[in-house]
Every structure is written in C-alpha cells, then in structure tokens.
Design a binder for this molecule. Structure first.
Ligand code: TIU
Length: 226
C-alpha cells in the first residue's frame, strides 16, 4: 500500500494491529490525561476512524492487540521517577471520579467502550510508555509469527512513539495510521508523524487509514472468493 516515505508491504498473516492505550484514563475526563492538565477531547477524533480500522482488521483476520498503560494497586511497578513527576491534580494511584488514577482493575484504566476488545484478542498491560518494556508482547508476537505492526492509539509522541521505536529496534516493520493516532498537542501530532517517516522511514511508515481500509477490503474479498 502507498505510504510515507514509500510503499508499505505486509502479509496479513504476519501482521498485527496494535491499538495503544485507548483507555478512559487518556480519552475521557477525570483520568490520568486530564490530571496532567490536558484537554482530553482532542483525542476523541481518532475514535471513529479507529473503529473502522478495528472492524476491517477483524474481518481480514489480522491479529488484534490492545495495550493499557497502568500499574498494580500497590504501585510496586511504578518507579518513583514516574510517580513523583510533575504537579498533576491527582497522582497515579490517588482516587479520581473513574477510580484510582492509572491503576489496573479500575474503571478509568480500562479501554473505552467504543473500542472494547473482543474475547480472544490480546490485551497487554504495560507499566511504561513502550509496549515491550515489562511485558510479554515480544514473546507473543514471536509465537504468532508476527513481523509487521500496524500501530494506532494514543498519544502519538508518547506511547505510540515509544512503542514504534522499541518495535523498530526489535526488527518489526511498523506502519502508523496518521488519523488513528492522537495527541493533546497538535504540533506534536504533526512533528511526531513526520519524525517516523523522515530519513527514508527511520522508524517506519505513515499512512492515513483510508489507504489501509482499501487494501484490507481487497484482501477480505479475496479470502471470501477462495
Ligand atoms: N501523557 C501522554 O501524552 N501520554 C501518556 O502518558 N501515555 C500514553 O501516551 N499512552
């Protein structure tokens, strides 16, 4: 498929859709994102195109992986450097309107209803910004024979970027969907995407979801015919 900086080639059998941290804690008021001073409504534009991509990926039989950033209730996996950083209105672990901020098992930590995982889809709970650090994502991808990742979610310059950089160093070919990743900062969205595709695709490829949807529709039709 066409992409920036050039064509992105993938085999659906060895490609996973990775949806990063589409949690209430980032996308809805009263969660971690808002405690950091952000306007969380800026992230909601990614939801409709990402719903279409998720449906198409499921129809085409792609492996679907969801990630969630968060910590154990006792905070044993939250380094002080993260816990004590900045001046949020509520710190990680403190009670907020959607439960304890960024804590596993709380309502706010879970994925938004619009993009809820189906039974059988992989959900990776991660303590950091990257999806490989402190998780078994690498082992799961290897076991499934996955070599390419189609990446979506939030936020572009934080958890999407960190995950794509981790994946690129591990040898995965990564396509980032420009309208299915979101940032609280419009300038970081633009520059974050440019940084991935610059220098001949230093971290990967970037394309709008419409191009992927066209490709997946063709593949799904071929699968139906054969
Ligand atoms: N603050 C911010 O932009 N992002 C995060 O803290 N985590 C993710 O990007 N998921």
């Amino acid at each position: 498929m066409s992409a920036d900086p050039g064509p992105f080639t993938f085999d659906p059998a060895s490609t996973a859709l990775v949806i990063i941290d589409m949690q209430r804690d980032f996308c809805e008021p009263g969660g971690f994102g808002e405690t950091l001073g952000n306007d969380v409504s800026l992230l909601r534009a990614v939801i409709p195109p990402l719903q279409s991509v998720l449906a198409a990926a499921r129809a085409a039989g792609l492996m679907v992986i969801h990630t969630r950033e968060g910590h154990r209730p006792d905070l044993s996996d939250c380094p002080p450097a993260k816990l004590n950083r900045g001046e949020p209105t509520l710190r990680i672990g403190e009670p907020g309107p959607k439960g304890r901020i960024l804590i596993r098992g709380e309502y706010g930590h879970d994925i938004i209803d619009e993009l809820a995982p189906l039974p059988g889809e992989v959900v990776i709970d991660k303590p950091g910004k990257g999806s490989f650090h402190g998780t078994d994502l690498g082992e799961r991808l290897t076991a499934a024979g996955i070599t390419s990742l189609i990446v979506a979610g939030v936020t572009t310059e934080v958890c999407v970027h960190t995950t794509v950089r981790e994946a690129n160093d591990r040898g995965y070919e990564c396509l980032v969907l420009s309208d299915c990743v979101g940032s609280y900062f419009p300038e970081f969205q633009r520059v974050g995407l440019a940084m991935i595709a610059a220098q001949g695709g230093i971290f990967g490829w970037v394309a709008p979801s419409s191009v992927l949807l066209d490709e997946l529709a063709t593949h799904t039709l071929e699968g139906t015919r054969s």
